[in-house]
Design a protein around this ligand. Structure first.
Ligand SMILES: C[S@@+](CC[C@H](N)C(=O)[O-])C[C@H]1O[C@@H](n2cnc3c(N)ncnc32)[C@H](O)[C@@H]1O
Length: 342
């Protein structure tokens, strides 16, 4: 596997950005977390091959960008309909915001499985690398590998045990079998092809050591009202329906609801899952939920534009003015505590 950014000082200088202080923000609806035990009884298999030797090199095609409606996208991702979300600074900020929301929800826990001293961890679609970086700092003796098709959102400074690499999760993983103690896949529903999910799970299972774990977190962008006041005619509901429609046949945006079954079908055991409503603003009377909603608010406000802009205009052919109107109305509804939206 080629490690584009970390090894090339020119590229590093070109794409590094100063990470501004995190503005506490917010996000969409419910999400699900799942973790599993691959094998309850099998002995660990010793790995002798370094993980980096097990992946295929990619080229600088992954650095080319293209612009739609003032947002920067990766050309490779757009040309291959691999990922229809911008990769610009604005999106980088949103991912930091979302990471902060996860920290609040999970009360700082990065790993859910009972793993004391992990030796190798894989993060599929590392994004800004926030999670992988914190895991690497927490477990200094663990080799943490992150892969992503986009090498431009990586952290400025990285610990020596963190390796971020360019690779496509829609290709069969070429890491050695039974290599990792933990494999994480977080917010990858927009990345994994619809028809790839079953094999994606099997690939995760294959590269996890016996007795190792996988954890998955997915958002389900289907806004719903806690008090039933949000109707199908509301802009937020329209947004959800349009978003799912725009990805039909390409990405499974309902993947969050299917993860437990997909994991079991792939052969995972000890599968646990939780569905957690995620408020779109600080509408809850519960202090904790209200704080999470307040933090998630900025994420939701941003994602309503970020996720929709390409699929709505380019796949559904909705005029950009109409898209802007729908997003503006949906933002108001998400921010209205009376709707109690999660
Ligand atoms: C929504 S972000 C999530 C990032 C990170 N997992 C997190 O939780 O913050 C999705 C990430 O998947 C990456 N991605 C999209 N398609 C991919 C592919 N085919 N292979 C690898 N990474 C991909 C994107 O570049 C982006 O960084």
């Amino acid at each position: 596997m080629e490690c584009l950014l970390p090894d090339d000082p020119v590229l590093r200088d070109l794409f590094r950005r100063v990470l501004s202080d995190l503005v506490v923000p917010n996000s969409p609806l419910g999400f699900i977390t799942i973790w599993q035990n691959r094998n309850r009884t099998a002995e660990d298999i010793k790995m002798t091959t370094h993980a980096e030797e097990g992946t295929a090199a990619l080229d600088t095609t992954f650095l080319e960008t293209t612009i739609y409606h003032n947002r920067v996208f990766q050309s490779y991702a757009i040309d291959n309909l691999a990922y229809l979300v911008p990769i610009d600074e604005e999106e980088e900020e949103r991912l930091h915001i979302m990471h902060n929301v996860f920290r609040m929800i999970f009360e700082g826990r990065l790993i859910f499985a009972p793993i004391d001293r992990p030796r190798r961890i894989l993060d599929l679609g590392h994004g800004t690398g926030s999670w992988a970086l914190e895991v690497a700092e927490l477990h200094g003796r663990c080799e943490v590998i992150g892969i992503d098709i986009c090498p431009t959102m990586q952290p400025q400074e990285m610990p020596a045990n963190l390796y971020l690499q360019v690779d496509d999760v829609n290709r069969r993983f070429s890491f050695n079998p039974h290599h990792f103690d933990l494999v994480q896949s977080r917010m990858m529903a927009g990345a994994v092809h619809t028809n790839r999910w079953a094999q994606y799970m099997r690939d995760m299972l294959r590269v996890t050591r016996p007795g190792g774990w996988c954890q998955m977190i997915e958002l389900y962008h289907n806004f719903q009202s806690d008090n039933g006041t949000l109707t199908p005619d509301h802009a937020l509901s329209q947004w959800s329906a349009r978003y799912i429609e725009s990805m039909e046949g390409l990405k499974d945006l309902r993947a969050a609801t299917r993860l437990p079954n997909l994991m079991r079908e792939a052969g995972f055991v000890d599968v646990e899952s939780r569905m957690i409503p995620l408020p779109t603003c600080a509408w809850s009377s519960e202090q904790r939920d209200s704080e999470i909603g307040a933090a998630n608010r900025e994420n939701v406000q941003r994602l309503l534009n970020t996720l929709a802009i390409f699929p709505f205009t380019e796949r559904l052919n909705i005029p950009i003015q109409d898209v802007h109107l729908l997003i503006a109305q949906a933002r108001l509804e998400a921010d209205n505590p009376a709707f109690k939206v999660s």
